[in-house]
Design a protein around this ligand. Sequence first.
Ligand code: ZN
Length: 88
Amino acid sequence: MDTRAVRYFRWLLFWQQQGRCCYCREHVVLTYRPYDAARPYAATLEHLQRRADGGTGHPANLAMACKHCNNTRGERDWLSYASWRQSN
Ligand SMILES: [Zn+2]
């Protein structure tokens, strides 16, 4: 997926998810600036089924997550990670 597509889906999902991370439900910040994009609350485009597991860039497989969740999810599947995040 090229950068423009990533930005478009991030923006779309930001509105669909009312500005909240799909895992921890915290508010995220949409930014294009690399300095801000490195922050834990920056919005990132997440593949629900990991690309390593055959997940595609199809819109049905995309969600918006904060950078912190995106970085710490590791190899867990998205549903168990989301329930773990919301129970902690
Ligand atoms: Zn999060």
